[in-house]
Design a protein around this ligand. Structure first.
Ligand code: AQP
Length: 353
């Protein structure tokens, strides 16, 4: 592997209904990261997906669809490593070791589990509860330095940092004895930001745009055609005021703020710049401009996704190639972790103690 200054890891769950929030908050930024001096790994996190029930037949299609979205959006599988999580066993293996590092109290504070388990907590899978520990393993199996994600993942990233820190502290002498210096795992930097860090529902500007929202009109799907996009934007909830000319004027107007943020992210500019052009405009003129921009951006992605999904053998080959390259990075990390923890493993220990 070439020497890079940064190692970037991120993932998307193959749970269907990929939407504009996933694209602007995550996938579009994955593409931008390819331009940095970074080795990028982009993972279809199928082990995460099954923390909630997935129909096996549909799941395979969803894994290929997320892969197609990555490629169609501009991720180059030669420069970046594109793979699905279940093909690289080190994720699950490291997650077990981290289960013995993470504390129950830390997981009890995770708000995503509370939201997803809802009132029927006793009936939630243990995997759903353990989700953030597996996510820490995903990132740290590659000793990733940077993780681009949407704002909803901030708390999970903090847990990843806590797990890395505790592992480094708990095993400090062994880490040093094995020649890894002061710390084995990096304290990963979350990359959260930009105007689309949290894209909100088109029906309710106080709720995140999400795959599981029962209303199709709450989200723009990456599989939506131009007509569907236009209809959803036209029906998006707004208020009766014109757009303000300053960003402060968006305070207390969640739906207006959301549409301006989406426009800014699609165009690659700030909210301020959008309002320079549209301050004082009514939604009746802003919405058509947003439709044009969304269609212009998403139509080529949509067409390319369709083309790729029609060729599952090609997608499976990309995933197999990526899994092999990912494992080549993760396997030595796991060997080192096993030596640090004190396991006896096949092959020579990295350094005898
Ligand atoms: N609304 C959003 N705005 C910005 N970023 C978002 N992401 C998700 N929703 C938004 C980011 O997309 C990446 C992949 O997300 P995921 O598929 O792993 O899981 P998720 O966050 O659970 O997705 P959803 O759509 O919100 O699904 P449900 O309905 O199951 O809760 C992540 O980087 C995420 O931050």
């Amino acid at each position: 592997m070439a020497a890079f200054n940064e190692l970037v890891f991120s993932g998307v769950q193959p749970t269907g209904n990929l939407h504009l929030g996933n694209y602007l908050g995550a996938i579009k930024r994955f593409v931008e990261m390819q331009e940095r001096d970074a080795q990028c790994l982009y993972c279809v996190v199928d082990l995460h997906a099954i923390t909630l029930w997935q129909d096996p037949q549909a799941l395979r299609g969803q894994i290929r669809e997320v892969t197609a979205a990555f490629l169609a959006a501009g991720i180059d599988p030669k420069r970046s490593i594109v793979f699905n999580q279940s093909q690289v066993p080190q994720h699950a293996e490291l997650a077990w070791i981290f289960n013995c590092v993470a504390r129950l109290g830390w997981l009890n504070r995770m708000t995503q589990f509370k939201d997803k388990a809802g009132k029927d907590r006793e009936n939630a899978s243990i995997g759903l509860y353990d989700y953030p520990v597996l996510m820490a393993a995903d990132i740290l199996a590659y000793r990733a330095t940077h993780v681009p994600v949407g704002e909803d993942q901030k708390q999970h990233l903090e847990l990843t940092r806590d797990i890395a820190q505790k592992f480094n502290n708990d095993f400090g002498p062994s880490i040093q004895a094995h020649g890894h210096g002061e710390q084995f795992f990096p304290i990963t930097e979350p990359l959260i930001g930009g105007p689309a860090a949290r894209v909100m529902s088109l029906r309710d500007g106080t709720k995140k745009m999400s795959k599981s929202d029962p209303s199709e009109y709450s989200r723009i799907a990456l599989t939506d055609d131009a007509d569907a996009i236009a209809q959803k934007v036209r029906k998006a909830k707004t208020d009766p005021e014109a757009l303000p000319s300053e960003v402060e004027g968006l305070k207390g107007r969640p739906e207006a703020d959301n549409l301006v943020g989406i426009f800014a992210a699609l165009r690659g500019i700030t909210r301020e710049e959008v309002l320079k052009d549209f301050g004082g405009a009514q939604f009746s003129s802003f919405k058509p401009a947003l439709v044009d921009l969304a269609v212009e951006t998403l139509a080529p992605i949509n067409a390319e996704m369709k083309r790729l999904v029609a060729d599952p053998a090609h997608i499976d080959a990309v995933l197999a190639d990526g899994a092999g390259r990912a494992e080549a990075i993760a396997a030595p990390t796991l060997d080192a972790v096993k030596d640090i923890v004190g396991f006896v493993r096949r092959g020579p220990a990295l350094r005898a103690v």
